[in-house]
Design a protein around this ligand. Sequence first.
Ligand SMILES: *Cc1c(COP(=O)(O)O)cnc(C)c1O
Length: 364
Amino acid sequence: MMQDDHEMLNFTVGPVMSSDAVRAIGSEQVPYFRTPEFSQLMLENEALIKKFAKADEASRVVFITGSGTASMEATIMNTFTPNDKLLVINGGSFGQRFVQLCGVHHIPCTELIPEFGYDITDEMLAPYEQQGYTGFLVNINETSTGVHYDAERISAFCKRNHLFLVVDAISSFLADEFDMKALGADVMITGSQKALACPPGISIITLSPRGVERVCNHDAGCMYFDLKDALKNGDRGQTPFTPAVGILRQINMRLREIDEAGGEEAERRKIKAIAEDFRQRVKELPFDFVSHSPGNAVTPLHPRNVSAYDIFTTLKDEYHIWICPNGGDMRDRVFRVGHIGSLTIDDNTRLIEAMKDMQKRGLL
Ligand SMILES: *Cc1c(COP(=O)(O)O)cnc(C)c1O
């Protein structure tokens, strides 16, 4: 039987629901891209990403065809060497991914492991002051636990210690406040399928002027992810190889939609309102909040009485609603409700009502 996919309501953290205009582009023929028109579109994408990230005017943006992890790996390969010494916040599966990438590329790193569900503290950072570290990696919103780390604290630490700061903002960009220039972040990474609300397939690396300089003086040791080559092509709005042209067109539509509706601030306010509405109403249900330092993008919940994964399955199969299951040892303990993408307060109502119905049926 065909799944009635258009009826599914999607509260995962990616891919998320797209606007009608973005979806319409998905049904068009994909155009040839070595044209002035496509270059123009790419230069506009770069300018709007810089604007929404509050990046320095001299910053640059690279569009990688590959999911968010591709840009995490490209960043590691293009900005660090085995002579670096990094600090990595490892508070969940995305922090773990950075640790794993450092291992694969032989970059020495020290893990900072916060208490589950909590931000790091000044006390945790103190032992690492002036210890010869050269860089800092953080997933500013650790999507697996919904913890949003204090960017100001990390920024101050990095400035004091002259660390090259890499921020994976993949689930945070457009959802939480972020001022790349003020924070002194050198790299900001995001992806097409989170708050950008486009199909997966493109990830985006914004480089500060210092980030551009580092990339230019660095041997990537790899061809497809050589950011020098990407920057050179990007000067004229092009990419070294065939990108996911259709998704880049959808990203352009989406960035323009956000810009016309009041920019990243308006989008952030909308996401925050949906998150707060949900968090208020879900208090009536038998769940505990997981994150003690929540960002706006996602609310992880711990069900008191039943398996988190069973809730995911029942909502999917019987209510046509996707929430986001957790993996690994959190599979039965935690599920997540996303607030990004084309969602409304009415959608929250549908989800809360479905959960209340499950409760009535003895399934919560
Ligand atoms: C989604 C996400 C990623 C990227 O995952 P992909 O599956 O490679 O797109 C990386 N970091 C964070 C914090 C994320 O939320």
